[in-house]
Ligand binder design. Structure first.
Ligand code: NAG
Ligand code: NAG
Ligand code: NAG
Ligand code: NAG
Ligand code: NAG
Ligand code: NAG
Ligand code: NAG
Ligand code: NAG
Ligand code: NAG
Ligand code: CU
Length: 543
C-alpha cells in the first residue's frame, strides 16, 4: 500500500512539474567584454551576452522561438538531445535544416526525454565560438545523488578574434597564414582575465556541491582540478555513473562531466582551482599548455592554502571514460555493420589543409540531407543522392552499428554523434599493442555523446539504429568540422518517410528565403541525377 501510494505521489508530482518551457530568443550581436581586456562583438540573445542557461525538467516540452537578427544565417543545436521524432529540430544547418535566414525565425519544439547536463549552441559554421552557446540542464523528478548546491562551471577557450577570421586563416592556401599562432583565453562562466574575482568559485563550509563542468570551446582540451579537494565523477554527457573519485577531470570540446565536491568544514583557507587549456588545433604550430588558475573562496578574508600554487598545475589523474560504469545498466549492442574510419589531415588539391574520414573531406550539400531523404522516394536508400562529399552512411532500422575511429593525426579529436549516444567498447593504440588495449570495466559499457581520441589511438563505439533520421558524426573542434572532419548517418530512411515526417512550414520558408530547393538530391536535382557532381577537393596523395 505504502509503495503504491509513493508511486502515485511521484507520478502526480512529475505530472504537475511537467510543462511547457517557452523561450523567445532574438539572436543579436552584442558588444561584450568577457575578460575585461577590451572585448569584441559577440553573439547573444535579446541584446545580452552571455545567453541565459536553459533549465528544463524531464517530460517538459521545450520551445525555443528563435529569431535571427544577425546578417548571416544561424541555427540552434541541443547538444546531446536525441531529437527522436524531431530530426528537423536538430539544428545542423545544411543537414537537418537550411538554417534560419536573417530576419527570419524557427521554433525549435522538443519533448525533453533525457536528463543531465547538455548545451545549446549554434550549428551554423563555427558561429557558436562567437558566443551563441549556453548550458542546457535537464532535471529528473529525483536526482540519483544528494547534494546541497548545483553549480554550472562552463569552461571555454575563448578567442579575441571572430570565428570567420579564424576560419579564413585555417583554410588559407598559404602555409604561413595558416600556421600563424593564435591564442585562446580561458573563460569560466563567460568571464576571464587577470582579475581573479571574475572567475572565483564560492563555496560554503560543509556543503556538498555538484559542479557541472562543460567544455564549450571552439578547440582545445581542458583539465580541471581543485587543490586539496577530491572530485567524485557522477555524470558524463547526460549518463549518470557510479561514483569515481579523481583529483582532476579532462574535457574536450562538447563534453560534460558532473562531479560532487565536499566543501571543507571551515572557512579558514581558500584554495586554487586549475582549468588548464591544451591547444591542439594547428598542425603546423607547437601545441602548448596554457595554465589557468583562479580561486575557490570560502571567505574573502581567508589566506590561500598555498600562495605559490596559482602558477602550477595540480597532480593530474588521467582517468579513462571507458572505465566508468553507468548506473542504469544497459547492456551494449552487438554488431551488424562495421564502419571503420581513419582520420587524416593533409593538404588537398585546392591547396588548403583539410581533415578527413578515410580521406573524404566533408562539404555541405546544396540541399539539406534531411530534405533529400524525404523527397527522393525509394532512392533515399541510395547513398548517391546525398552526394559524395556528405559522406552518407545508410543504416537499416534497428541494426547495431560499430564505428571504429583510428586517429592517424598528430592532434587529438573529440567526435560527437547527433541523435544518439554510443557505447565505448574498446580503446587502444594504433600500433596494435594489446597491452594498451582497454575494455569496459564491467558488463555495462559507458555511454557518452562525445569521445576524445588522442593521436595515434583508436576507439571502438557502438549504437543501435533506433532513431530514424539524418545524424551528423563530426569532430567538435569546430574548425576541424569546417575543415571537413564530418560524415552523415542516414538512419532508416524508409522509416523517416513512414514516420510521416512533415517538414515544419518555417523550415521550408527559411530554405525559400535563402534560395535553397525544398526537394531533390544533394545537387537540388531529381532522384539519381547527380551528373557532373563535383567530388573535390581530394587529397594530393593517398586516395
Ligand atoms: C511530444 O509530446 C506530445 C505530448 O506530450 C505528443 O503529442 C507528441 O507526439 C510528442 N512528440 C514527439 C516527437 O514525440
Ligand atoms: C531585416 O528587416 C529590417 C526591417 O524590416 C530591414 O531593415 C533589414 O534590411 C532586414 N535585414 C536583412 C538582413 O534582410
Ligand atoms: C568580487 O565578486 C563578488 C561577486 O561578484 C562581489 O560581490 C565582490 O564585491 C567582488 N569583490 C571585489 C574586490 O571586486
Ligand atoms: C576543451 O576542449 C578542447 C579540445 O577538445 C581543448 O583544447 C580545451 O583546452 C578544452 N578546455 C577548455 C576550457 O576549453
Ligand atoms: C606567476 O607567474 C607570473 C607571470 O608568469 C609571475 O609574474 C609571478 O611572479 C608568478 N607567481 C608566483 C607566485 O610564482
Ligand atoms: C605549493 O605549490 C607548489 C607548486 O605547485 C608545490 O610544489 C608545493 O608542494 C605546494 N605546497 C603545499 C604545502 O601544498
Ligand atoms: C526513439 O523512439 C523509439 C520509439 O519510441 C524508441 O524505440 C527508440 O529507442 C528511441 N531511440 C532513441 C535514440 O531515443
Ligand atoms: C503514415 O501515413 C500513412 C498514409 O496516411 C499511414 O498509412 C501510416 O500508418 C502512417 N504511418 C505512421 C507511422 O503514422
Ligand atoms: C589517406 O591519405 C594518407 C596520406 O595523406 C595515406 O597515408 C592513407 O593511407 C590514406 N588513407 C586511406 C584510408 O585512404
Ligand atoms: Cu578535430
Amino acid at each position: 500500500m505504502r509503495a503504491h501510494w509513493a508511486a502515485v505521489c511521484l507520478a502526480l508530482a512529475s505530472a504537475a512539474l511537467a510543462g511547457r518551457v517557452v523561450l523567445d530568443w532574438d539572436i543579436t550581436y552584442v558588444d561584450a567584454n568577457p575578460d575585461g581586456q577590451g572585448g569584441r562583438r559577440m553573439i547573444g540573445v535579446n541584446g545580452k551576452w552571455p545567453p541565459p542557461t536553459v533549465e528544463v525538467a524531464l517530460g517538459d516540452i521545450l520551445v525555443v522561438n528563435a529569431h535571427n537578427s544577425l546578417d548571416e544565417p544561424t541555427s540552434l543545436h541541443m547538444h546531446g538531445f536525441f531529437q527522436n521524432g524531431t530530426n528537423y529540430y536538430d539544428g545542423a544547418a545544411g543537414v537537418t535544416e537550411c538554417g534560419i535566414a536573417p530576419n527570419s525565425s524557427y521554433s525549435y519544439t522538443v519533448n525533453v526525454t533525457q536528463t543531465g547536463t547538455y548545451w545549446i549552441h549554434s550549428h551554423f559554421m563555427a558561429q557558436y565560438v562567437d558566443g551563441l552557446r549556453a548550458p542546457l540542464i535537464s532535471r529528473p523528478p529525483r536526482e540519483h545523488y544528494d547534494y546541497d548546491e548545483d553549480l554550472v562551471v562552463m569552461l571555454e577557450a575563448w578567442y579575441r578574434r571572430e570565428s570567420r577570421d579564424i576560419h579564413d586563416q585555417l583554410l588559407s592556401t598559404s602555409q604561413a597564414v595558416r600556421d600563424a599562432p593564435f591564442r585562446p583565453y580561458m573563460l569560466v562562466n563567460s568571464a576571464g582575465g587577470p582579475d581573479l574575482n571574475r572567475t572565483t568559485l564560492r563555496f560554503q563550509p560543509g556543503k556538498r556541491y555538484r559542479l557541472r563542468l562543460l567544455n564549450v570551446s571552439g578547440t582545445g582540451m581542458v583539465r580541471f582540478g581543485i587543490e586539496d579537494h577530491d572530485l567524485q565523477v557522477i555524470e558524463v554527457d547526460g549518463v549518470d555513473t557510479e561514483p569515481k573519485t579523481v583529483n582532476s577531470v579532462q574535457l574536450s570540446v562538447g563534453q560534460r562531466t558532473s562531479v560532487l565536491v565536499t566543501a571543507k568544514p571551515t572557512a579558514d583557507r581558500n584554495y586554487v582551482y586549475h582549468a588548464d587549456i591544451f591547444t591542439d588545433i594547428q598542425s603546423g604550430v607547437a601545441r602548448a599548455t596554457l595554465p589557468f588558475s583562479s580561486i575557490v573562496e570560502y571567505s574573502p578574508q581567508a589566506p590561500l592554502l598555498n600562495d605559490t600554487a596559482t602558477n602550477s598545475t595540480v597532480g593530474w589523474d588521467f582517468f579513462q571514460d571507458i572505465d566508468l560504469v553507468p548506473i542504469d545498466k544497459v547492456p551494449g549492442p552487438g554488431v551488424h555493420k562495421w564502419v571503420p574510419l581513419e582520420v587524416h589531415t593533409s593538404i588537398f588539391d585546392d591547396r588548403r589543409e583539410h581533415l578527413a574520414f578515410n580521406n573524404r573531406t566533408y562539404e555541405l550539400p546544396v540541399v539539406p540531407s534531411l530534405t533529400t531523404a524525404l523527397t527522393t522516394g525509394y532512392q533515399a536508400y541510395y547513398p548517391d543522392v546525398y552526394g559524395f562529399k556528405s559522406y552518407p552512411i545508410i543504416l537499416d532500422p534497428l541494426e547495431d552499428v560499430e564505428v571504429a575511429v583510428f586517429n592517424k593525426d598528430v592532434n587529438s579529436h573529440p567526435f560527437h554523434m547527433h541523435g544518439h549516444n554510443f557505447f565505448i567498447m574498446v580503446r587502444g593504440t594504433n600500433d596494435n599493442n594489446r597491452a594498451n588495449r582497454l575494455t569496459p570495466k564491467g558488463q555495462y559499457p559507458m555511454r557518452r555523446d562525445t569521445i576524445t581520441i588522442p593521436p595515434n589511438q583508436y576507439a571502438i563505439v557502438r549504437f543501435r539504429a533506433d532513431n530514424p533520421g539524418v545524424w551528423m558524426f563530426h569532430c567538435h573542434m569546430e574548425f576541424h568540422n569546417e575543415q571537413g572532419l564530418a560524415l552523415t548517418f542516414i538512419e532508416a530512411p524508409y522509416r523517416i518517410i513512414n514516420y510521416n515526417t512533415t517538414l515544419p512550414v518555417q523550415y521550408k520558408r527559411n530554405c525559400d528565403l535563402m534560395g535553397i530547393p525544398n526537394e531533390g538530391n544533394a545537387m537540388g536535382r531529381q532522384r539519381l541525377d547527380m551528373a557532373n557532381e563535383p567530388r573535390g577537393p581530394l587529397p594530393l596523395s593517398g586516395f
